[in-house]
Design a protein around this ligand. Structure first.
Ligand code: FAD
Length: 440
């Protein structure tokens, strides 16, 4: 009998638990550990940040659903992993032993890399985040306070140096603009700034995808947004952000400060403490080092997927940026690693699977949206498409309902989803991919 433990019940961890349970016979145990008792659908947080979604619509209690699938669930934070002894110590002091460990702990938010930044700064006017539902609710509150004011200060939205997840910053900026328009409040806001560490609009930590630079630049321009790229934000004070613009040679070109009444700045990510502290498991930022089979080279019974794994930036940029890890890409890592754990349990060496790391992303802009398909996510790509339309807005809403329903039903990849994507040449495993797509 093997005991497989999955640490972190997010976009990667929930499907990992279900897929692992499906692949293994009942003689094996599957345990899911996560610090919160609820699952949250992170891609809906930009909507929660303007009140278009309530907590109850995009979160649900995990245990009733995992129980039905014979997965043990423990709602505790892991504080320590002893990778030599295969033991995890939880926040309540109890411990859990494992034979195989899947780490899907997502990001820790590196507010400490920019002094004064983040919702916990204690400032009346802080730079908010929408990375968790708690943060999105606080951002919404702060946004409402700005709207209550007779003479609101500017809005500043964007991404901090070292950030890797840029898509939600664009989504949130354009959703806020749409919300202001709906409320008839756009003219009340004197200035709206988009401040980003990316070298150009639409870089997205990926060197752009299709026409992303042109499309996103046009949307921001049409809405009268002042855009600032290559911005190295140094410090946040109450209602003020201090940044410097870096030129292409990496030299300081200008110093700029932004007063704001409301701000949301996507922070840089790092690995969560319990994982980052494991000797030899992670890179200096605390991201788990994995091979092409999602396995730790140092600890062969530890696998990892999602935002918590180490991926180098796609290219050097004047202000540091990272590469995003997107939902479908994460699911492809998960599908590969559960097959690899099954192969390891059954002693079938040399039969390891590799995820395709394909990316399909839908970003809502309030009443329309932009979507991209990047096969694989990193260059060179076989498919590199970025498009826009009202249909993306509706597709994103449908996807939200679909993903939450899948997670409640306990299915990671229903056969019709697999079939549909296969017809489009999109697969999670390289072994299922059409020959040209599998060769990268
Ligand atoms: C605001 C936002 C919007 C996004 N929108 C999209 C999108 O539209 N499309 C897309 O493809 N990608 C999107 N992404 C990127 C990515 O898909 C998500 O970040 C995704 O949630 C990452 O999945 P994950 O499993 O790696 O981490 P998460 O979903 O964050 O899950 C990590 C889990 O681990 C738990 N955990 C952490 N530390 C511990 C610990 N010590 N002990 C126990 N549990 C722990 C956390 O509580 C959490 O439940 C978005 C990201 C953000 C931040």
């Amino acid at each position: 009998m093997a005991h497989v433990v999955i640490l972190g019940a997010g976009t990667g961890g929930m499907p990992a638990a279900y897929e692992m349970r499906d692949l293994l016979g009942r003689e094996h145990r599957v345990t899911l550990i996560s610090e919160n008792p609820y699952f949250q659908f992170v891609p809906s947080n930009p909507w929660a940040g303007v009140g278009w979604r309530r907590r109850g619509e995009i979160t649900f209690e995990i245990e009733p659903y995992t129980k039905r699938k014979h997965i043990d669930f423990i709602a505790q934070r892991a504080d320590h992993i002893d990778a030599e002894r295969n033991t995890i110590t939880l926040a309540d002091g109890s411990s859990v032993d494992y034979d195989y460990l899947i780490i899907t702990t997502g990001p820790a938010l590196a507010f400490d890399s920019v002094p004064g930044s983040g919702p916990h700064s204690g400032f009346g006017k802080a730079t908010h985040s929408i990375c968790t539902i708690d943060h999105a609710e606080r951002a919404h509150q702060s946004y409402l306070e700005l709207l209550d004011s007779d003479n609101p200060d500017p809005i500043v939205i964007g991404a901090m140096p070292g950030a890797s997840c840029f898509g939600p910053a664009y989504e949130y900026a354009l959703i806020v603009l749409r919300d202001l328009e709906k409320r008839g409040a756009r003219r009340k806001i004197p200035e709206f700034h988009f401040v980003t560490s990316e070298p150009y609009v639409g870089h997205l930590g990926l060197g752009g995808v299709g026409d992303s630079p042109q499309i996103l630049a046009r949307h921001l321009k049409e809405q009268g947004v002042q855009v600032h790229c290559n911005m190295n934000t140094l410090e946040v004070q109450d209602g003020k952000m201090l940044s410097e613009r870096i030129d292409a040679d990496g030299k300081k070109a200008a110093v700029q400060s932004f007063d704001f009444g409301f701000s949301m700045m996507l922070p840089a990510f790092k690995g969560v403490d319990a994982v980052a502290k494991v000797e030899g498991l992670c890179n200096p930022k605390g991201f788990v080092i994995v091979d092409e089979h999602q396995r730790s080279p140092k600890y062969p019974n530890i696998y990892s997927a999602g935002v918590c794994i180490a991926i180098p930036p796609v290219e050097p940029t004047p202000v540091p940026t990272g590469a995003p890890k997107t939902g479908y890409m994460i699911e492809s890592m998960v599908t590969a690693l559960v097959h690899n754990i099954k192969a390891a349990i059954e002693g079938r060496e040399g039969k390891e699977e590799m995820g395709t790391w394909n990316a399909i992303c839908l970003a809502d802009l309030g009443d329309r949206g932009v979507g991209f398909v990047a096969l694989p996510q990193f260059k060179p790509r076989q498919v590199d498409w970025y498009g826009e339309g009202v249909w993306v807005h509706w597709a994103k809403i449908a996807f939200e309902k679909y993903f939450i329903a899948k997670m409640k039903a306990g299915v990671s990849e229903p056969f019709y989803e697999k079939l549909l994507f296969q017809l489009l040449g999109i697969t999670r495993l390289k072994s299922d991919a059409p020959p040209a797509a599998a060769s990268h």
